[in-house]
Design a protein around this ligand. Structure first.
Ligand code: GLN
Length: 188
């Protein structure tokens, strides 16, 4: 299976390592032609406003939006979650998103004092907690009825899916634990 990693900016290299550990082949996705033949795509953490800008200037936004609409499986982590959300609060006025999952997220929603933190989160689909790293993470403030919450932290969803669109507000690629990448790949 060939899995793309959006490689315009951000923590894409760590995702490539995690996916390689899961035994799949990876391709860095930077332009529309890179979408050909991929079975799934990971959108990494980083800076969503920069990624938004690069998605538009590279011409990748529209073909990728079409691929997602056609059912491409996508896993967006942190900034990637912001890019997939239906509504983004505290974004830049010109920031674009794919609106692929019906959630509202607030950029940097965990506040300045808690810019970054780590927490062991219970994921019912896994046998033991997952150590989650949150870095200037988006906070989910609204969830559409069709969205399935896979895990929450202090009552706030942090891992969710709608069909083949998965989002995490933390960075599963920054811990040497590839169970969430595997969970995503099982659905592809
Ligand atoms: N706050 C960043 C943004 O708005 C996301 C942070 C991250 O991906 N670690 O894009």
């Amino acid at each position: 299976m060939l899995v793309g990693v959006l490689a315009l900016q951000g923590a894409f290299a760590a995702h490539e390592l995690a996916l390689a550990e899961c035994g799949v082949q990876c391709r860095q996705v930077r332009v529309a032609a890179d979408l050909d033949g991929i079975a799934a795509l990971v959108m990494p953490g980083g800076e969503s406003t920069t990624m938004s800008h690069l998605l538009v200037t590279s011409g990748l936004f529209d073909p990728l939006a079409q691929s997602i609409a056609d059912g491409l499986a996508v896993f967006g982590t942190c900034a990637g979650m912001i890019l997939l959300a239906a509504e983004v609060l505290d974004g830049r006025a010109d920031q674009v998103s794919f609106a692929a999952i019906d959630i509202t997220v607030r950029r940097n929603g965990y506040g300045r004092q808690l810019d970054s933190f780590e927490a062991d989160i219970e994921v019912p689909k896994l046998e033991s907690p997952f150590h989650a790293v949150f870095i200037r993470a988006p906070k989910v403030e609204r969830l559409g009825a069709a969205v399935e919450v896979i895990a929450s932290h202090e009552g706030v969803p942090v891992l969710a899916r709608h069909g083949s669109v998965f989002v995490a507000s933390f960075h599963p690629e920054l811990t040497p634990d590839y169970r969430l990448h595997s969970l995503f790949l099982q659905e592809v």
